[in-house]
Design a protein around this ligand. Sequence first.
Ligand code: CAA
Length: 444
Amino acid sequence: MESVGIDAIEIRPGKLRLDLAETFAPALDEAPEKYTEGLGLYASSFPDIHEDIVTMGANAAHRLMERKDLEPADIGRIDVATESAFDNSKPVSTYVAGCLEQVFAGDFHHANKGERKFACISGTQSLDDAYNWIKAGRSRGRAALVIATDTALYARGDAGEATQGAGAVAMLIDEEPAVVEMSQAQGYGSADETDFLKPNQQFPSVDGKRSVQVYLARMREALEDYEGVAGDTHPDDFRYIPFHTPFPGMVRKAALLGYRHVARGTDVEDGLAARIGRQPRRDDFDDEAAYEGAVREHMDALSGTDEYRDWFGRTIEPTLDVARHVGNWYTGSVHIARASALRRAREEGFDAAGERLLVGSYGSGAQAEIHAETVQEGWNEEIEALNLGDQLAARYDMSFAEYEQVHDAHNHAVETEIEGFTEPDGEFVFDGRGPMDERTYRFV
Ligand code: CAA
């Protein structure tokens, strides 16, 4: 069977921007460094009044289809991954298809549509579904459209408010892909957890500190499971490691644990042994507390070594460039991290073709998944075609008072009448509600 993976990517951020250090932190009487250094975030993206998960997803898909010269008949499957859905029955993909049918000749009547839910990991699960559908020989030569779209808003005053964001990533999954080929091998770490959930409510209930621990525990399980099928990993096996990035500080924690794991028993551990000692092994300790104390001490020392810092700068830092300026996009977050790394490769004139990525996805509730990808020859052209930098630069910068209005406007429980901050042009917009309370959209 041919190789299968991501053939094209489009990214659509919400058109508003909240500066966390300059605008949000002072309003909350907090130090800006909590954001820029602690969480690793400078700004969040927000949807304007006429934007929502459908418009952001449809606008990303529209540009992708135009750029790749596709028509609806070329698409056999549309899956939307989201944790911001507004309907328990009708999937967002039907709304997106309806939007696209307004501007393309033909229709998606013979495309299978669905909506995937498992917190932030459902974007990657939708890629999996598309990969399996193609590998099973059911695609009839057509490609799959996967759209990860979210408005990641928290209740006002929740600690998670610092990590908000909104945007969509549209990906075309096909045979002989231009951007990355996905590996058959994958690893899972999955357990019944209550770290972050939305039991029929718009804004999440979050146990923030616990969610960080659950992310790390499931990610470690997934890595061990991945190694069980793909073999042991080494720090130099992967050029970039895009992680689910709720905020870059989270990835900083995951990366250090990951490095310790993949360096164990390798020449890297041998090289570090004279300076920081070998990694503590459980069997060498009488009790758990002493072992954990030794691990913490070792991790502190490891994080300060040139080896770790160089590896982090090369392998992880490039994946965080975009997240720092847009916040958490839930289902889209790990897919932004991949694109971010490839954007950096392009900026640095690095030829990434043939390089391998290790992709670490995570969804609360909770599950982590790890798979590898191989960068394909067409990556550079695809990344060059992204207009993400222009879109980010064009965002409207909100004052704190405007942010409060925008948060209210997207809050399903609050009635507001405010004007948008940007002028829609050549895009799908939310147009109100129809007789069955369905949301309606038009292209302007
Ligand atoms: N200068 C430098 N650093 C500072 C600082 C300052 N003045 N003030 C604080 N910091 C640092 C803190 O030390 C901390 O870093 P470490 O964890 O490395 O010590 C960091 O900034 C954050 O500070 P706090 O822990 O005090 O922040 P908080 O209590 O307000 O909340 C949070 C942090 C719990 C992550 C919160 O933002 C939250 O609940 N977020 C939503 C949940 C989330 O994103 N969880 C991530 C895992 S779950 C997941 O990934 C799924 C998903 O997408 C939601």
